[in-house]
Design a protein around this ligand. Structure first.
Ligand SMILES: C[S@@+](CC[C@H](N)C(=O)[O-])C[C@H]1O[C@@H](n2cnc3c(N)ncnc32)[C@H](O)[C@@H]1O
Length: 256
């Protein structure tokens, strides 16, 4: 029998980053998902190259772009993209069965304005996405890493927040959702303090779930456990200059 892992564009480079926000689970990888990789990856997939990506070429147009990190099974991304064809969608996920499922969904919908990476979002952002290239970033129900010793694995940390700010266009949006109270606290602590981001609901505030955000698999799981769900919405604002540059210095020839 062929090894399914060998047949898919699995681009996780092992052992080169100390702390990761995910562990690769051995989920059930079905023949339908394998077929999706074989047939639909060339249409919707972006192989991670580790070099700046020409997104206009990848999408065949220049349009505002939405990035969803850790889309899981992809139901929220599929739903949002189907009713928002004027913007391009980029999904990034490391869990192969989820990528396979979404590939099948995109094929059914004919959503040719969606592209997927099967890779670590941190590396995709660092190496493939240009600064200011994104209209919106979405992170729904990131792994909460409950145990104290695992908290360093949480995606929302100051360095990652600064990276997101760089990748958003001015006035672009960062939308997060979580059902884990203490992760919401961490999001506020980190993001409310990140230069270049403004919490749209005020400090430590949250917004109602927008009607277009489909309830996700992990959200339903949280709700069944009695968890409250919070949506957090931030806007990319100008980073104020702490020291104004005098006109004479700004126009001076830089030192060699
Ligand atoms: C708790 S699940 C939530 C999935 C989905 N958003 C939902 O709400 O059902 C978190 C997902 O993020 C993915 N993930 C975690 N860290 C990631 C990273 N650095 N790059 C890409 N995906 C990541 C995991 O594989 C997992 O599928």
């Amino acid at each position: 029998m062929s090894d399914p892992v060998a047949n898919k564009p699995f681009t996780i480079t092992p052992g080169h980053r100390a702390v990761r926000s995910f562990v690769l689970r051995q989920g059930r990888f079905t023949p339908a998902q394998q077929r999706a990789f074989d047939v639909l990856w060339p249409r919707f997939g972006l192989d991670y190259l580790g070099a700046p990506r020409d997104l206009d070429a990848a999408f065949g147009r220049n349009a505002p772009r939405v990035l969803e990190i850790g889309f899981g099974n992809g139901e929220a991304l599929r739903h949002a993209a189907a009713s928002d064809k004027d913007r391009d969608y980029i999904g990034v996920e490391v869990h192969a069965p989820g990528v396979g499922r979404l590939l099948n969904g995109l094929g059914e919908d004919g959503s040719d304005h969606v592209r997927l990476y099967h890779h670590d979002a941190m590396e995709v952002l660092q190496h493939e996405i240009a600064d200011g290239a994104l209209d919106e970033v979405r992170i729904y129900f990131p792994d909460p890493w409950h145990k104290k010793r695992h908290r360093k694995r949480r995606l929302i940390q100051p360095e990652f927040a600064a990276l997101l700010v760089r990748k958003l266009r001015p006035d672009g949006l960062l939308h997060l959702a979580t059902d884990w109270e203490r992760y919401a606290e961490q999001m506020w602590e980190v993001l409310d303090a990140t230069p270049g981001l403004r919490n749209q609901a005020g400090p430590r505030g949250h917004v109602p779930r927008p009607a277009w955000r489909l309830e996700t698999h992990f959200e339903r799981r949280g709700l069944k456990l009695g968890h409250g769900v919070r949506d957090l919405l931030y806007q990319r604002i100008g980073i104020p200059e702490t020291v104004p540059i005098p006109a004479s210095a700004a126009s001076a020839t830089p030192e060699p």
